[in-house]
Structure formats: C-alpha cells, structure tokens
Design a protein around this ligand. Structure first.
Ligand SMILES: Cc1ncc(COP(=O)(O)O)c(C=O)c1O
Length: 372
C-alpha cells in the first residue's frame, strides 16, 4: 500500500532529514562532545517544580479556560504593562511553537507570504507551509543585522506578516532598537502584521534585549515562553500578546487544536515569573565569552548577544557546512550544518548549552579542524 495515497500534498514541503541526520550522527558518536542541543544544561528552578507537583497533588489537573489561567494572564499583563506601558490581550500557549502556529493559522490565507531573516529558526518555514502559507527568507548575511532593504524589496501584494526573532536562533544576534524601529516603520508603511519571537529574551548578556513592541504596539504579536530562560522545554508553556482582534482569533484556533496549555504547568509558570534566574544568565554570559574567545581566531564569527548559539562561517578549504561538520565529527565534536537554518550552506551552528569544559575543549578541536 502506498502511504502517499493517504498523505496531504502539504507534507511534501516538510523535510525532517536534516535534524534526523544530526540525531543519527549523535547516536553513532556517543562519546563525542555535543554542541548541538537546543535546550539549557541547567534544570527547571526548584520553586517551579514544587508548584507543578503541588498543582498535581491538589487536583488542579483539569482543562483550564482556553486563553489560560486568569491569574497567569494577569501576571503576564502586569509584566508587559511595567516593561512597555502596553495593555494587550494575552493568550497562554503550549510553548512558543504553539503561539507561532496559532498566529499563522489566525492570520494567513493560502498563498499569503511571511517574510523573515535568513538564517532562521527551522520551525518557521515548516509551520508556514503547514498552514498553506508561503515562506520568504531574506538574507541577513554576513553580519546578521535586520536586513531592512532586503525585506522591503521582498514585500509583495501577498505579504501579510513580518516574522522577527531576537535574540536569534541560530545566530545569537540581538537587533538594535534603531533596526527594530526601522522594521516597525516598514511594517506600518506596507500594513503588515509583526510577529516577534522573543523566546530567548531572558538570556540576553549585554543589557536587556530591545523589543519591537514599543515601536509598533498596534500591530505586534509578541511571543515569549518558559522553555529557555527557565529550562521548561518539555513542559510546553509560552504566551502570545497583542491586539485583541488577532489574539481573539488565536484563542478560537487554540480552542479547536491545543485546547489549553497544560494546566499544572500554568501554575508553575506563575511561580516562574517571580523566580530569579540571574545566576543562570550570568553562567551563560560566561559561556558566550568562552565560545567567542575560543573561536574568534580561527573563524569568521559574529559575537552573539543572547540565546545560547553562535553561527560561525565554515573556514576556507571546506566546500560547505556538511563537509566541515563531518570533519569535526571525525574528531568527536558535533555541531549542526548551517543549511538546516538557511538557504545557503556556508556556516554552522554551535550551541554552548553545555559545560564550560566541553565548550573549551570543543572550541580547541574545532579551531584545529579549521586550521588543518
Ligand atoms: C527561536 C525559537 N522560537 C521558538 C522555539 C520553540 O520554543 P518552545 O519550546 O517554547 O515551543 C525555539 C526552540 O528552540 C526557538 O529557538
């Protein structure tokens, strides 16, 4: 029986082979230093664990209302009011991924275009395809700053959304307030919705990561989550905030898809919002410095400002990222080929979400591979 008989054409656009290749490589090299992981190496803070356990024990295990626990939504609203003097509608989502999917569901018709910078978080392209939209990636090489001119050139009659991600996966770049202001003006001029994925905002190392919200509060859907700053990757909690007409449609879409974010985790999220994670941020600032110092002499590299990734250029002598990644794997260091996150194949992604020892040794070996 041919499985394709039962599978939608939409799935032709979804390619899991890059990530699978990395997984296979990792399994085949169990002793290797893995610099591939997309989650922090610290654990969920104890008060959050206690809150989730207490929620289970006290029977708060049922569905919550679709838009999320009122007390969590109020706490999020207070945060956004304090930070941006902004009073958006708030929706609690199943991770930031859930928020991305709901925003696309709510705002795209088939064939509508979404513009985002290349390199990009791999889910964007596929989530846009899943809802029948058309992804348009605009190069931000070589410095990974907001490619304003390229974005404007890519806008067509079908463009609906400008999707931005700062701090960025895979580059660690943080957009400047000036670039965000320029992007907001562009979105206003062409009447685009902005979706701002700020999942790494807690992990920003040289002062707070600027947001586009103050520059376009009337047309921004802000997406944040608890997976990175609070290491709650498996707990699936995030939130979306923005203009009521759009968030209202996202709530409808959530009602018939995710139903609600996990109830017990929402109680933990309430505690997470008042949990101090500054020691983890400090530790990751140190890791960022270690990785930058460890690679800068052997690679062309943009110093990251946040998150836990860096995206160096493949050195001369290697024809593409796959070739370099294979050479590094031979020396038992695993990194991710850049073509998973990009339409070009010239860089690789390194995650420094691991021990300082592994970062230092991994960077030494990668530098040796680059020089040979
Ligand atoms: C840029 C970016 N956005 C969203 C996500 C998804 O996060 P969540 O676990 O909240 O769905 C990730 C996870 O790697 C990410 O890197």
């Amino acid at each position: 029986m041919s499985s394709s008989r039962f599978v939608s054409k939409r799935m032709d656009h979804i390619d899991a082979s890059g990530v699978r290749r990395m997984f296979e490589l990792a399994v085949s090299r169990p002793k290797a230093i893995s610099l591939t992981i997309g989650q922090p190496d610290f654990d969920v803070p104890e008060p959050c664990k206690e809150a989730a356990i207490e929620a289970i024990r006290s029977g708060r295990n049922a569905y919550t209302v679709t838009q999320g626990l009122p007390e969590l939504r109020e706490r999020i609203a207070r945060e956004l009011k304090d930070r941006f003097d902004w009073a958006p509608e708030v929706l609690v989502t199943s991770g930031t991924s859930g928020g991305i999917l709901l925003a696309l569901f709510a705002c795209l018709d088939p064939g509508d275009e979404v513009i985002y910078a290349d390199p990009f978080f791999v889910l964007y392209k596929y989530a846009i395809h899943l809802v029948g939209g058309s992804p348009v990636a605009v190069s931000s090489y070589p410095d990974f700053r907001m490619p304003i001119a390229g974005i404007e050139a890519a806008i067509t009659e079908r463009t609906r959304i400008l999707l931005i991600n700062s701090p960025s996966n895979p580059t660690g770049t943080i957009y400047s307030a000036a670039d965000l202001k320029a992007a907001a003006e562009l979105a206003r001029k062409h009447d685009l919705l902005i979706v701002s994925d700020e999942i790494y905002t807690d992990l920003s190392f040289d002062g707070p990561s600027p947001s586009i919200v103050p520059h376009a509060p009337e047309r921004t859907i802000l997406l944040r989550g608890f997976s990175k700053g609070h290491a709650m990757t498996g707990w699936r909690l995030g939130y979306a905030a923005g203009p009521a007409p759009v968030i209202g449609e996202m709530i409808k879409a959530q009602q018939y898809t995710f139903v609600c974010a996990p109830s017990i985790v929402q109680y933990a999220g309430l505690v997470a919002m008042d949990t101090d994670i500054s020691a983890n941020v400090e530790a990751y600032r140190h890791k960022r410095d270690l990785v930058y110092e460890g690679l800068k002499d052997a690679f062309e590299i943009v110093r990251p400002g946040g998150g836990f990734y860096v995206f160096p250029k493949v050195p001369e002598g290697f024809s593409n990222s796959t070739e370099f990644v294979s050479a590094a794997a031979e020396r038992d260091v695993l990194v991710v080929p850049g073509n998973i996150f990009s339409n070009q194949d010239t860089h690789f992604r390194l995650s420094y979400a691991t021990t300082d020892e592994k970062i230092v040794r991994g960077c030494e070996i990668l530098s040796e591979v680059a020089r040979c």
